[in-house]
Design a binder for this molecule. Structure first.
Ligand SMILES: Nc1ncnc2c1ncn2[C@@H]1O[C@H](COP(=O)(O)OP(=O)(O)OP(=O)(O)O)[C@@H](O)[C@H]1O
Ligand SMILES: [Mg+2]
Length: 591
C-alpha cells in the first residue's frame, strides 16, 4: 500500500520480525479478515439499500418492496453484528497472544543476559518494557490490522457504490482525499517521536517507584519523603507534558481530515442537488450516493489514525528490540566439554578482571585442590567477592583463565558449571515465598526430609519452627519479614540443599551472633569436607581452620599459608589478626 510510505520504507529486519510475529496468527487473522470483509460489505449494502428504499417504497409505493426491504435491512444488520463480534474476538485473541509472546521473549532474553546487564539498567525501566511497551505494540497490531483491513475494505466497497451511483460525482468527492495525506505523514512522524519520549518517561517513573518502594525504609529514615514526592511529581509532570503534546499531534490529524471531508460533502450536496433539480437523478440515487459518502467518512478518518498507531508501535518495538538484540558478554561454548563428577580442582591462572575501565583484580594465581578449604580475607573493597564471582562466570576474566579440573570454565556450559557450585552470596537474597520453597529453590524436587535436614544443618530449624506457619511462612519481599541472621541461615540452608562439589561462602555468617555462628560454622565445616570450598570472612576466627588462607589486598593476593604459619610470618595477616584481637573486650571471640 503506497498509502503509508513510512511503513514500507521502514521494513528493516526488526520490523520483519514483527511481521513474523503477526504471521504466526495467520489462521485467526484470516478469520478476522473474513469477518471484516463481511462487515464492510454490510456497510456498503446499507448505503446501497437507500436507493430502492427511497425510490420503490417512498416514490413508487411498491408494496412488495415494503415487505422485502425491511427484512433485508434486518438481515444486513445481523450479519454486521455477527461479523463485528467475530472480528473483535479474533483480533483480541491475536493481540493478547502477541503481547504474551513479546513478554516471554523479553523475559527469556533478560534471564539469559549476564549480571552486568542488570547492574547497568534500572530495574523499574526493564519492568516497564515488559509491562508497558508491549501494550503499545498490541495496540498497534490490533487497531492497525483491524482498522486497516476493515476500514480499507469499507473504503473500497463504499467507493464502489459511489462510482456505481455516479462516477463523475465520485471523482469530485474523492478528489479532495489525497490532499489529506500530507498532515497524516507529518503528524505521524511527530507522534512517533513523542511516543518514544512517553515510553522513556514512563520507564523513568517506574524505576523511581521501584526504588522508593523497595528502599522505603531508607527514604523514611533520612526524612526524604518530601524530596521523593517532589521528584515523583516532576516525573509525572514530564510525562504529562509529553502525553499532552502527543494527544495534540494525534487529535490534529482527525480535524484536518474532517475539514477536508466536509468540504468534499459540501461539493457533493451542491452538485447532486443540482442534478436532482434537473431530474437527471432520482432522489433515491442521490441519497444512496450521499449515504455512501457519509459512511465513507468514518473509515477514512480511522485510516488516517492508523499511521499514528503504527508510529507509536514502531517506537515501542525499537525499545523492545534494543533488549532482544543485546548481546551477552558471557558466551556459551558451542561444543561444551564434560566435567567428571566429584570434588574438583579449581585454579586461577594469571587472572585479571575489572568493571568497565576499573581494574579490580590483577594477576591472580592459585590452585585449590579437591576438598581443600581456602579462605579469602582482607580489607573491604580488596576484590574478594569479585574473585569468587568469576568461578560461576557471573563475569568473565579480562586476562588469564579460571579452570576446573583443567577445563577452562568458558568451555563448560553455564548449566554444567553452575550446577557444580553452591553459593551463599554476600547479600542474602530470598524470594517472597514460603521458607520451604526458598530453601528448595535450586532443587524444586527436594523431599521434606532433605529440606528439614538442610534447615537443621544451617541452624535454622528452631527459628523456622517458631514462625507462625513454620516452613509455610512467607518471608516477605527480599526476605523483609525475617531478621538479617535468619535470612543468612535460610541462604545457607538453600546452598546446603544444593549439595554441590564446589562451595562458595561470601560472608555467609556475618550477621549471626557469636554463638550461632560457631554452631553454623561447625555445620559448614562438616559440609566442606570433601568439597572444594571458598570462604570469605572478615571475622578471622571463622577461617583459622581453613587449609589455606589467601590475603587479598588491592586486587592481588599478597600472602598465603595456614593460620599458624601466617601468624608466625608476621605479615599483613598477622596485623589483621592483631587488630581484631584489640577489640573493646580485649580479646576477640577466638575459640
Ligand atoms: N558491579 C560493580 N561495578 C563496578 N565496580 C564494582 C562492582 N562491584 C564491585 N566493584 C568494585 O570492585 C572493588 C572490589 O569489590 P569487591 O566487592 O570484590 O570487594 P570485597 O573484597 O568483596 O569487599 P567487601 O569485603 O567489602 O565485601 C571495589 O572497589 C568495588 O567498588
Ligand atoms: Mg565482598
Amino acid at each position: 500500500m503506497s498509502l503509508f510510505p513510512p511503513l514500507s520504507s521502514r521494513l528493516k529486519s526488526r520490523h520483519q520480525k514483527l511481521l513474523a510475529l503477526v504471521r504466526e496468527n495467520t489462521g485467526r487473522l484470516l478469520g478476522a479478515m473474513a469477518c471484516m470483509i463481511l462487515m464492510s460489505g454490510s456497510m456498503a449494502a446499507v448505503a446501497y439499500l437507500v436507493e430502492p428504499a427511497m425510490d420503490r417504497i417512498f416514490v413508487l409505493r411498491n408494496e412488495q418492496a415494503l415487505k422485502l426491504i425491511p427484512l433485508v435491512v434486518v438481515l444486513v444488520f445481523f450479519i454486521r453484528g455477527a461479523s463485528y463480534y467475530g472480528q473483535e474476538y479474533l483480533m483480541g485473541w491475536v493481540g493478547e497472544n502477541i503481547i504474551k509472546r513479546l513478554r516471554d521473549m523479553l523475559y527469556g532474553r533478560m534471564m539469559d543476559l549476564p549480571l552486568s546487564f542488570f547492574q547497568g539498567e534500572k530495574t523499574g525501566e526493564l519492568m516497564s518494557r515488559i509491562t508497558w511497551d508491549v501494550n503499545v505494540i498490541r495496540a498497534m497490531v490490533t487497531t492497525a490490522v483491524t482498522s486497516s483491513l476493515r476500514d480499507f475494505f469499507s473504503v473500497v466497497f463504499l467507493t464502489g457504490i459511489i462510482f456505481y451511483q455516479d462516477w463523475k460525482m465520485a471523482i469530485f468527492a474523492l478528489f479532495i482525499l489525497p490532499a489529506a495525506f500530507y498532515p497524516i505523514v507529518h503528524f505521524g512522524r511527530k507522534v512517533r517521536h513523542l511516543s518514544t519520549g512517553c515510553q522513556e518517561a514512563m520507564a523513568d517513573l517506574n524505576s523511581h517507584l521501584q526504588e522508593t518502594f523497595t528502599g522505603n525504609k531508607v527514604v523514611r529514615a533520612f526524612n526524604m519523603e518530601k524530596t521523593e514526592k517532589e521528584r515523583f511529581f516532576a516525573k509525572t509532570h514530564n510525562l504529562f507534558t509529553l502525553s499532552v503534546r502527543q494527544v495534540r499531534a494525534k487529535s490534529l490529524t482527525s480535524p484536518i481530515m474532517e475539514f477536508l471531508g466536509g468540504a468534499g460533502i459540501a461539493v457533493v450536496i451542491w452538485y447532486g442537488g443540482y442534478l436532482v433539480f434537473k431530474e437527471a437523478k432520482t432522489p433515491g440515487q442521490f441519497f444512496s450516493f450521499m449515504a455512501a459518502v457519509l459512511l465513507l467518512y468514518d473509515p477514512v478518518k480511522k485510516l488516517s489514525r492508523l499511521n499514528n498507531a503504527i508510529q507509536e508501535g514502531l517506537a515501542a518495538w525499537d525499545r523492545i528490540f534494543d533488549i532482544l538484540e543485546t548481546s551477552s558478554e558471557i558466551i556459551e561454548p558451542e561444543n561444551p566439554e564434560a566435567l567428571a563428577p566429584g570434588p574438583h580442582t579449581v585454579a586461577f591462572d594469571g587472572v585479571s578482571f575489572g568493571y568497565g575501565d576499573i581494574q579490580v583484580l590483577e594477576d591472580i594465581h592459585f590452585t585449590v585442590k579437591p576438598g581443600e578449604v581456602v579462605a579469602l580475607v582482607g580489607a573491604s573493597g580488596g576484590g574478594k567477592t569479585s574473585l569468587v564471582n568469576l568461578i560461576p562466570r557471573f563475569y568473565d576474566v579480562l586476562a588469564g583463565s579460571v579452570t576446573i579440573d583443567g577445563h577452562d570454565i568458558r568451555n563448560l556450559s553455564l548449566a554444567t558449571l553452575r550446577g557444580e557450585i553452591a553459593i551463599v552470596t554476600q547479600e542474602p537474597i530470598l524470594f517472597n515465598d514460603t521458607v520451604r520453597n526458598n530453601i528448595a529453590y535450586g532443587r524444586p524436587g527436594a523431599s521434606e526430609e532433605e529440606i528439614l535436614e538442610a534447615a537443621k544443618a544451617a541452624f535454622a530449624l528452631d527459628f523456622v519452627n517458631g514462625l507462625e506457619k513454620g516452613f509455610d511462612s512467607v518471608v516477605g519481599e527480599l526476605g523483609g519479614r525475617v531478621s538479617g541472621g535468619e535470612k543468612q541461615r535460610l541462604c545457607i540452608a538453600r546452598a546446603l540443599l544444593k549439595d554441590a562439589p564446589i562451595l562458595i561462602l561470601d560472608e555467609a555468617t556475618s550477621s549471626l551472633d557469636t554463638q550461632s555462628e560457631r554452631i553454623v560454622q561447625k555445620a559448614l565445616e562438616n559440609l566442606m569436607a570433601g568439597r572444594t570450598s571458598f570462604v570469605i570472612a572478615h571475622r578471622l576466627s571463622t577461617v583459622r581452620h581453613a587449609d589455606r588462607i589467601l590475603v587479598v589486598k588491592g586486587g592481588r593476593i599478597v600472602e598465603q599459608g595456614d593460620h599458624e604459619s601466617l601468624l608466625a610470618a608476621g605479615g599483613p595477616y598477622a596485623r589483621l589478626c592483631a587488630m581484631q584481637m584489640e577489640g573493646p573486650n580485649g580479646k576477640d571471640d577466638h575459640a
